[in-house]
Structures are given as C-alpha cells and as structure tokens.
Design a protein around this ligand. Sequence first.
Ligand SMILES: Cc1cc2nc3c(=O)[nH]c(=O)nc-3n(C[C@H](O)[C@H](O)[C@H](O)COP(=O)(O)OP(=O)(O)OC[C@H]3O[C@@H](n4cnc5c(N)ncnc54)[C@H](O)[C@@H]3O)c2cc1C
Length: 410
Amino acid sequence: MPDYLHMTASWPQDGRRVLIAGGGIAGPALAYWLHRYGFAVTVVEQGNTIRRGGYPVDLRGSAIEVATRMGILPRLEQEHIRSRRITFVDADGNQVVEISPDWITGSVLGRDIELTRGTLVSLLYACTRDAVEYRFSDSVAELVDGPLGVDIRFSGGTWERFDVVIGADGIHSGIRRLVFGPEGRFAHPVGFCCAAFLAPNTMRLSHEAVCYNVPGRLAALYAVGECPGSVYAILAFAHPYLLGREGRDRAVQQALTAHAFAGAGWKLPALLDVMRDCDDIYFDTVQQIRMDGWAQGRVALVGDAAYAPSFLTGQGSSLALVGAYVLASELARDSDYERAFGAYHRKLRSFVNLNQATLGQGVSGMIPATAEQLTQRNRTIAAMAAVGGEAGAERLAHSAIDLSTYVHVG
Ligand SMILES: Cc1cc2nc3c(=O)[nH]c(=O)nc-3n(C[C@H](O)[C@H](O)[C@H](O)COP(=O)(O)OP(=O)(O)OC[C@H]3O[C@@H](n4cnc5c(N)ncnc54)[C@H](O)[C@@H]3O)c2cc1C
C-alpha cells in the first residue's frame, strides 16, 4: 500500500512548527516529508486552491527515486503521458525530422515519467491535505526573524510564530524578495520569452509534439495523452532582457508574442488568433535563479524559488522534488536548523549546478538563433534519429546525487 495512504494527522515529535509558502510541487513534497518526520506543518498558498493548470513536466533520475520512497510511483506511472515522438516541420508543415522524445531530453525509457504539472500537484496535495494544514488565498506579508522563531504577518493581518519558514513559492518568490533581496539579483535571463496556452487540436495529434522553428523562435504543439479537443501551444522567442512590471500586462504579452511571430509560416496565423482571444495565457521571461546560498537565519528556499533551472532544461519539477526531500531529511537529522540548512546546501549544490548547466544541450537546443544553426540542429537531430542517439550528459546530471544516506532518516 502506498505510504501516503497511511498519512493521517499525528503529533509532531519535537513540536517544531514549519511554515511553507507555496503549494506547487516543492511545497507539498516538503510538507509530506516534514510531516512524516514529525514536524507540524502549515502550507500557505496565495491561490484560492492548488493551481492545477499546466503543461507537461518530466520527472527523471533521482526524482523517480524520491517518488518511489514516497510510495506515489505507481500513481505517477498511471498518469505517464508516453509521448511517442517529436516531429519538426517546415513552414508548409512538411516533416523535416522525427525523433523519439527521450533521445533529446535525456529521459530513460521505461523509468522516467512525463505528466501534466496539474496532475502532479493534485497528487502531492492529495498525499498531504489530511495531514498538514493548508491555508489558501493567503501569503506572507511581513517576516521578522528572531532568536525565538520567525514572526509572520499574513496578508490577512494576523501574526504567528514558526520555528522555521521555507519559501517554496516559485520563480518569482515573495519569501526570497523579503529575506534575500529583489529578484533581479538572482534572475539570469536565458534570452527568451515564452507564452503557453491551450489551442484546438486541429491536427488531431495524440501523445506527441510538433515543433516549427524560425531563427530565434520556436512554436510547439504538445498533445498530452489522447487530448482529443486541445493541445498545449508553446510560443518561445528571443528576448534579451528581463521584463519588468510591464511584462505582467496581458496586452503587452500578446503584443510581444504576436510581433515576434509576425510573418511566420505553418500554423502561426491561426495560433496567434487563438492567443489573442485566450484569457488564460502563461507568459514569462525564461530565466534561471542562481543564488550563492539558499538559507538565511531561520528561513530557507526550495524548488524554483532557490534554483529554477528554466523550463528549457525540463528539470524544474525534478529539482523541486529532490530538493524538498533533501531539505526535509536534513531538518529531521539535525535539530539545529542552521546546520541542517548547511547540510542541505552541501548535499544539493553540485546536483543543482549540473542540472542548470544542461541549459543549451539536448532539448535546450530547441531554439537555434540563426538559419545556419537551425540547419545544423536539424542535421544533428537527423543523425541522432538514425543511430537512436541519447542525451548522455543530461542523463548523468539527472541522477547526480547520492540519496542512499537518507534511507534511515526519521
Ligand atoms: C512552459 C513550461 C514548461 C515546463 N516544462 C517542464 C518540464 O518539462 N519538466 C520540468 O521538470 N519542469 C518544467 N517546467 C518547470 C516546472 O513547472 C517548475 O520548475 C516547477 O513547477 C517548480 O516547482 P515549485 O514548487 O518550485 O514552484 P511552482 O510550481 O511555481 O509553485 C509555486 C507555488 O507558490 C505559489 N505562490 C507564489 N507566490 C506565493 C506567495 N507570495 N505566497 C504563497 N504562495 C505563493 C504559487 O501559486 C504556486 O502554487 C516548466 C515550466 C513551464 C513554465
């Protein structure tokens, strides 16, 4: 029987109270392990429920090991999308090259898992909702770190004290801003913006992705499972700097995307029409978060808040899951939170660095900048397809952490 089915409310062994900001992937995963290790956990999520929406994400390498230890692997396997192929097409829709997805993502066939972000978040929430306290439609407004604990003023106005506070609130983390400083200090733009939205599945795609490139731009349609009615459309384009506040304006997002793809062939005219009428667009500057340290005083960060690798590496969810496991295990092993945070950093640092460094390899080479690079990229993919190639360096990075030391924790 999966472990999580045994998770019912229990009293914390040492009474340590932990506040986790963010109910995405890292937050509920951390809550799961901390509860299991005897902590009293509260998760505060700004949304009025967990955010189920989402594009497909991958769990690979060490993240699969963590999922196994949580007892959720069988459920994840049931949700596995099993994409059959990625087809690259030209402006007229003619196939340029077709390839198996694992050849360029570094996924291990038969072991790694691809599922929608919403499915993963829902599952992690289901594992924890009866055991930890979730507070929706709330967030941390003020934080005072002192010798006896961290005093938190919630946006609702109440104050409360916690022993430790963890920011698992994503790439634009509010906890990071409050404790470590403005986002600009840690955000490293990769040079692209990305818009993602649902579009009609006019090509009747199933378990596959179709990609069209023009230099500096990528349009992809991603059919999740049978997905009869709709596909995820992802439009990524070169954009050299981080957008400020103006980047949150829907009209600005739509205008930038439409401008970037103006005159492009394939399905772009129809896709841009869909985007213009769409009121649920995900849009962001593609960036990595790089920090020298992930903890200060009684506050630490986990997941995208601390070390977002950018979606072009496809490793954000895996880092979130592994990071949550390591952090919880170190807090369970050492009641001195500073030593535990130090051990978390030492254990995870090289794993994070290696995975962030996969940017530019494999699937990350999906947006060549020039016509020559695009031709060369297509040749490389064709050669890989011919020999059944694999993304070796990425595969090594996905498992580059030894989790055996945590088997007996808690
Ligand atoms: C288009 C796209 C494709 C991607 N593809 C992949 C992929 O193939 N593989 C992969 O592994 N990853 C992928 N990712 C990245 C992946 O989604 C993230 O890396 C992952 O979700 C990180 O988890 P997290 O819990 O750290 O942050 P998030 O999932 O972002 O969760 C943060 C949570 O915190 C909440 N929050 C934010 N601010 C506050 C606040 N102030 N107070 C309280 N709550 C707050 C948010 O509402 C959210 O619920 C992709 C991302 C995008 C955008």
